[in-house]
Design a protein around this ligand. Sequence first.
Ligand code: GAR
Length: 217
Amino acid sequence: MAEKRIVVMISGSGSNLQAIIDAIAGGHINGRIAAVLSNKAGVFGLERAEKAGIPQIVIDHKGFEDRESFDAAMIEAMDAYQPDLIVMAGFMRILSAKFIQHYQGRMLNIHPSLLPKYKGLNTHQRAIEAGDKQHGCTVHFVTEELDGGPLAIQAPIDILADDTADSLQQRVHSAEHKIYPLAVEWFCADRLQHTASGQVQLDDSILPSEGYQFIQE
Ligand code: GAR
């Protein structure tokens, strides 16, 4: 099976990017990161890419008149690498329908909540304030509905009585670093698919709507 070409999209620290770089270096993923794209210059994720010898693309959204022209520039730059998979890893811009349609079925995102709960921002604080017993993170395929695409893997985490948004975020982040490389591994092994009917298939099974449940020891 041919090695998959991956483009990772970031806006910040890139710790999920690092987890995927490490999983590839460890021989777990049948793929390589062809390029990392950031909409912000100078972010730490770009340094991580540089250190791993991965080409970097910086396209600052502020240089464009509207979302469509920014997205068109990203498509052009990313398609030069002929990606099989787009991995959004803390990319903090909303994407146009045209961009999403272009990569539909081959674009993953990670979100710091147990989707469909807490789409959008400040997810850790919102879970604590709601008195939830559990929080977590989710890898999903990207569709035109923001944070609304079908779920691939979800990692639930217990919320402790003395948790703050920061302490909870730290545990969510370490769970992200486990489930994102796993989703990329499965996709690159042709085990994980976004089906034509909009569901997620792992091997021979359609996953339930909450995705594969990753239970941590
Ligand atoms: C991650 O926690 C990811 O779930 C979140 O941004 C962080 C990026 O961290 N993404 C979103 O909130 C998208 N809606 P990283 O740059 O260290 O990988």
